[in-house]
Design a binder for this molecule. Structure first.
Ligand SMILES: Nc1ncnc2c1ncn2[C@@H]1O[C@H](COP(=O)(O)OP(=O)(O)O)[C@@H](O)[C@H]1O
Ligand SMILES: [Mg+2]
Length: 336
């Protein structure tokens, strides 16, 4: 029996006082991770409104995990046992998180153009803009910022632009208000995005624009979608690549699989000249250090199509993104 199985068996016997059933019978152990001497646990509780039940469970779990089994740390979270319908229950949805070490490297631009290219290849795509600190997805997608509406089942209707469904933290903020969000609040927001948004039935890909860096969001993503694959965006410049490596390692530590590295703003084409404005080698360096592939170099370009940041199929970058989407579909769909 592995350490994890043993732990699962032990705490499975603990009884949820709100329905008098064991955690095992309730299938309540939603997420269990062991990191050295510390345990992370997400438990479904039958009556989520009962503080008494949560208190008892917290005490019993701590007793079993710390006193009886000798672990030093316990990070415990509860969620309602009966989950609402959620996109997370669907089998055929692939999640791609787009991450970077720092802002301004083109993470959101890459996420949006990748989503558009996937759509052009016939996929049903949604975007979650989770970059609370520097959300610019609505601008990139040429969208007005306004609060979303709910449908008759009180689910949030995502916006639809260019055939892509989109939900953004921006839509829930009051205009001009500074962002005072902290990890736990964003975690709630992500929960809404997964549980309370009426995503299209046939959604095949969800692209998640993550905040730059290595923060709590990656941990939340791990909690909701352990199978999320990560794309790391950097520029050729060391200031970006150094921190991109860190973001990549953080993702690795959380056991996310890394799809590869995208080097954005790689060069500028000027007739026949190639100008490497931001230096060179950043993408390759990040890929090597993370033991993954440099999947794409994207030059500096300006859309001619009248959009801020989205490239059309008559433009070189539009075609390039189509190639990238094709590569990623092959990589993602071959192993699942
Ligand atoms: N390949 C590119 N060529 C030219 N400009 C780009 C390119 N990629 C991104 N940009 C521009 O750089 C700025 C930052 O990009 P953005 O996607 O907002 O970065 P991030 O999401 O990483 O903060 C934006 O003004 C965007 O239009
Ligand atoms: Mg951005």
């Amino acid at each position: 029996m592995t350490e994890k199985e043993k732990l699962r068996e032990t705490i499975g016997k603990i009884v949820d006082p709100s329905n008098e059933k064991s955690l095992a019978d309730n299938e309540a152990i939603r997420h269990l991770a062991i990191d050295g001497k510390s345990v992370t646990l997400l438990v479904g509780v039958a009556n989520e409104n009962s503080d008494e039940a949560k208190k008892t469970l917290r005490r019993e779990l701590a007793k079993a995990i710390k006193r009886d089994l000798g672990y030093e740390g316990l990070k415990l979270d509860f969620e309602p046992l009966k989950k609402k319908d959620s996109i997370l229950q669907k089998k055929n949805v692939r999640y791609i998180g787009v991450a970077s070490g720092k802002g301004g490297v083109g993470k959101s631009t890459v996420a949006a153009n990748l989503a558009l290219a996937l759509k052009r290849l016939g996929k049903k795509v949604g975007i979650i803009d989770a970059d609370i600190y520097g959300s610019n997805m609505p601008i990139i997608m040429d969208m007005e910022i306004r609060p979303p509406k709910a449908n008759e089942n009180e689910k949030i209707i995502p916006f639809n632009k260019h055939g892509i469904e989109l939900i953004s933290t921006e839509f829930f903020m009051e205009e001009g208000k500074p962002l005072m969000w902290r990890g736990p609040m964003l975690s709630k927001m992500l929960e809404h995005f997964f549980y309370d948004v009426d995503w299209d039935e046939d959604t095949e890909y969800i692209i998640i624009d993550l905040p730059p860096g290595t923060g709590d969001v990656a941990i939340d993503i791990q909690r909701f979608i352990p199978e999320c694959r990560m794309l790391i965006v950097t520029t050729p410049h060391p200031s970006a690549s150094r921190v991109a490596v860190k973001a990549g390692f953080a993702a690795k530590q959380l056991n996310h699989s890394i799809l590869g590295v995208i080097e954005n703003m790689s060069y500028l084409k000027n007739n026949d000249d190639i100008l490497r404005i931001f230096g060179e080698g950043g993408g390759k360096e990040v890929a090597d250090k993370l033991n993954t592939a440099l999947v794409q170099q994207i030059p500096i370009g300006q859309p001619e199509s009248g959009h801020h940041s989205l490239f059309g199929m008559k433009e070189e970058l539009g075609v390039l993104y189509l190639g990238l989407a094709n590569k990623l579909i092959k990589a993602v769909e071959k192993d699942s």
